[in-house]
Each structure stands twice: as structure tokens, then as C-alpha cells.
Design a protein around this ligand. Sequence first.
Ligand code: UZR
Ligand code: MG
Length: 207
Amino acid sequence: MSNIDKPFIIGITGGSASGKTHFLKRLMEQFPADEICLLSQDNYYRPIEHQTKDHNGIENFDLPGAIDDEAFAADVEKLRSGEVVTRPEYTFNNSTKVPDLLHFHPRKILVVEGIFVFHFPEVAKLLDLKIFIDAKDKVKLKRRIKRDNEERGYDLQDVMYRWKYHVKPTYEAYIRPHKRSCDIVIPNNDHFERGLEVIVHFLKAQV
Ligand code: UZR
Ligand code: MG
């Protein structure tokens, strides 16, 4: 157990490729490493054998069931109670990469990110501040094509298929509805600079 008080927990969501990871990278840079901890939903994907297949036999990683939400919520709870969390990293489409073992330490600020952080009630109830990163579909698709090709090894046809049958329907069903009930929406069609600045100032006042 650590002797720090309960952390201030921020949840960040938004559609796939809305810019969550980029926003968080910039946010994290504003704090010393011993003040902030980032826990991403990405590290809680269930193994591929447990993923639900769609009508064409293709795994749909965009369903809430793709994530081990119980383990995710339990780890948020652990960090909240001052415990260290250890978790193997998720290597996406790269089966040859040996996953690193990630260690997460309880800090004054805990950031929890992912497409379902507001959808999973056990996670959502622990959030002190809910931020939604918002971008137009056209912008997200363009970013997704670039990222999936460069970082996750999917070709264009694959990206378009997943966008149409998995990513977009999930956005409409499980992500966009939370835009109405979150605390802050940050538009990120081309930049989020002012939004980031406001959040950083607010968080500095909390710690
Ligand atoms: P963000 N995802 C992958 O691309 N590969 C996987 O092995 C597991 C997940 C994608 C997932 C979702 N969908 O749209 C996205 N697919 O990661 C969520 N296919 O991550 O919020 O960073 O876009
Ligand atoms: Mg991301």
C-alpha cells in the first residue's frame, strides 16, 4: 500500500482515431512521472481465440466483449487503493512481438483511456472527470487508415471493412451516446491545444 491519498481519476474516451493517444502523450509530458499514471484499455483485449467473429468470420475487436472489463475495472480499483498493477502489454496485430510486462504505479493523477471507459459501469463509476475527444468521421477514418497501416499492419481494404462493420457501428452504439453525459468535449479535427491547456491547468490545481 502506498501512503498517497486517493488519486484524481480522469477518463478519456472518443471514437477510434479521434486522437486520444496523441492528446494523452501531450498531457503526460506536462507532469513529472511520479505524479501521473496512464492506464489504457488497450492492454485488456482478450486473446484472439476469445474474440467474437462477425458474419464473415472476422474477429470484431470493437465490441465491448473484446475487452476483459472485469480485469480492467479491478486494476483501476487497485491503483485507486494505492496498489501497483502489473500487466503484459497488448501487441495488436503483431504476433511475433514478445509482450513487455508493464508496471503501473499509484499516482496523484490516474488517467484511464479507451473507447469503452464510459460504457463499462464499473470503470465509469470511478471517474472524477470525464473527457470526450471528438472528431468528424472523415477525419477519424483518414487517421485510422494511416495509423493502422503504419503501426498495426492492416492494409486499406482491411481498414475500410473494419471501419464500416465494426468501428462505426460501435461508435454509434457505445461511444457517441456518452458525449451528452461527459463533463468536457474537446474537438480535435485539427488541433486540441486550447483544450489541453485548460485540462492541464485544472489538473495542476488538483495535485
Ligand atoms: P483506438 N484494434 C486493432 O486494430 N487490433 C487489435 O488487435 C485490437 C484492437 C483496434 C480496435 C479498435 N479495432 O477500433 C481500436 N479493430 O483498436 C481502438 N479492428 O483503439 O481507440 O486507439 O483507436
Ligand atoms: Mg489509442
